[in-house]
Design a protein around this ligand. Structure first.
Ligand code: ADP
Ligand code: MG
Length: 269
């Protein structure tokens, strides 16, 4: 089994928050495309039965023969589930609604929490040479999200700039701590990114202040503004950088990618 955690191997990041509609999928797709724009190779793993990341990257629902589900149950090799997208150097493992039964179907499997971890390590990754693997998690702290956390170096948490946003984060932190104690001692928090930020709205500013007071350096400097181009892009099956390269959303996701890469380069130095 190859060692994905070796220096120089891909950095694997779970994009997670058990609340739905906070910008997980939007951040996964657009951060992936922004990283690719800097010259990196990125693989997105769609781990949500809703398959929104797959649709958003142009893989039609009727055209998903092999999926994350096949990968998890070990029926299909990683290289056979990876699909190319319209964007060079951006690959995706698509998901279908099949995944929603995984929790129940896998109950008797002793390695049920390690399936994604094992699947991503089943082949020599050098062949594909991904720099980043971003995992788009479902809106729940279920077996799928735990699989993502055990498979990853870190968790990136999108936080919608809304009332009660921080309450969910403490539950998420508890789950991360449990995963550290039981299965993945080195799991880090990549950072918390404020999404759908509206600088004219006092509530957005309040959420930002609370997040920075409570979570300090874990909060990315970059904030993702609420921007209509971001919400339109998936219906054209494109990330916002391809859909409207000069939009506020595209600019913000580029800044987030730069912040992330700079941090990793600093840590590696
Ligand atoms: P999640 O994956 O956490 O459920 P999504 O990424 O699907 O959340 O986002 C939820 C909704 O909010 C989607 O309709 C998406 O288009 C919209 N959205 C996300 N981020 C932004 C943004 N920065 N500006 C405008 N709309 C956004
Ligand atoms: Mg989603």
């Amino acid at each position: 089994m190859s060692d994905l955690f070796r220096p120089g191997g891909p950095r694997i990041i779970a994009v997670a928050n058990q609340k739905g509609g906070v910008g997980k999928t939007t951040t996964t797709i657009n951060l992936a495309s922004a990283l690719v724009e800097t010259g990196l190779r990125v693989l997105v793993v769609d781990l949500d039965p809703q398959g929104n990341a797959s649709t958003g990257l142009g893989i039609d629902a009727s055209d998903r023969e092999f999926t994350t589900y096949d990968l998890l149950i070990g029926e299909t090799a990683l290289q056979d589930v990876i699909r190319a997208t319209e964007i060079e150097d951006l690959g995706i493992v698509p998901a279908t609604v099949d995944l929603s039964s995984a929790d129940i179907e896998l109950i008797a499997n002793e390695r049920r929490s390690f399936l994604l971890h094992d699947a991503l390590r089943q082949t020599e990754m050098d062949e594909y040479d991904w720099d980043y693997i971003l995992i788009d998690c479902p809106p729940s702290l279920n077996l799928l999200t735990v699989n993502a956390m055990i498979a990853s170096h870190s968790v990136l948490i999108p936080l919608q700039s809304e009332f009660f946003a921080l309450e969910g984060v403490s539950q998420l932190m508890i789950t991360i701590r449990e995963v550290r104690q039981t299965a993945n001692a080195d799991l880090r928090i990549e950072g918390i990114v404020l999404t759908m930020y509206d600088k004219r709205n006092n509530l957005s500013q309040q959420v930002e202040q609370d997040a920075r007071d409570n979570l300090g350096d874990l909060v990315f400097e970059t904030k993702i503004p609420r921007n209509v181009r971001v919400s339109e892009a998936p219906s054209y099956a494109l990330p916002v950088i391809q859909y409207d390269p000069n939009s506020q959303g595209a600019i913000a996701y580029r800044a987030l990618a730069n912040e992330l890469v700079n941090k990793h380069q600093r840590l590696a130095a």
